[in-house]
Write a protein that binds this ligand. Sequence first.
Ligand code: NAP
Length: 245
Amino acid sequence: MSNGLVVITGGSRGIGAATARRAAAGGWDVLLTYRTNAAEAARVAAECREAGRWAEARPLDVAVEAEVVRLFGSLPAEAGALRGLVNNAGVVAPAATVAEMDARRIRRLLDVNVLGAFLCAREAVRLMSTAGGGGGGAIVNVSSRAAVLGSAGEYVDYAASKAAVDALTLGLAREVAGEGIRVNAVRPGLIDTEIHEPGRLDRLAPTTPMGRSGTADEVAEAVCWLLSEAASYTTGSFLDVSGGR
Ligand code: NAP
């Protein structure tokens, strides 16, 4: 039986792709989005269908309001009703100090990581809220350990964007708790994906308590638990998936 439909942003690679595969295996219909990587996204959707679920990949820049509104306004009738959102799409910029950052860099980062998460959450709440006739659901935001560490000398702008995602998680969870919607976040640590500059993972993995980087699958597992009914009394919570702190 289907759990309903989950929208996963940035599902073409890394944590988003792993989450899409895991969600399909766990009984979700999956609408995954990508920014540029159509072929990879289509391959992930095909893998989700192999698990016996409805799945499709669609292009979306989460920072463009019209695109977000269009996506949530044209959800497929063939899939189950919308019951989940994973706000996973996110970007970093090359390592720099705050003194070196220009406004264009900071603005783009905030547009994708913060505005994008807000817009997708807004559209999902409008569709899922029991106050508006929806069936309720769950939102999982992909934050970062950077939100509490600050990322000095590398990307304080990124850390600040994830701190904003944490505030969105907490505030929205309280706002919609009475409308059948739970809102939680995972805070991944150092996860082996393409988001890192070359050499960064090897350099930093030994400094983590477990002495290694994590996998996208290890994060996906946590995301899917928060999405699921097994987490039915969990909202406004943060789950660190970081090999220790
Ligand atoms: P990734 O491998 O670089 O994948 C990023 C995904 O986001 C891709 O699917 C990409 O699509 C999509 N994307 C990029 N810009 C977008 C936009 N403007 N609109 C919509 N989609 C966009 O990254 P990842 O490591 O899996 O990261 C996923 C999330 O985890 C991010 O929010 C990141 O901040 C967070 N995180 C990662 C780590 C880590 O160590 N990897 C740690 C903490 C938090 P295309 O493939 O089409 O470009």
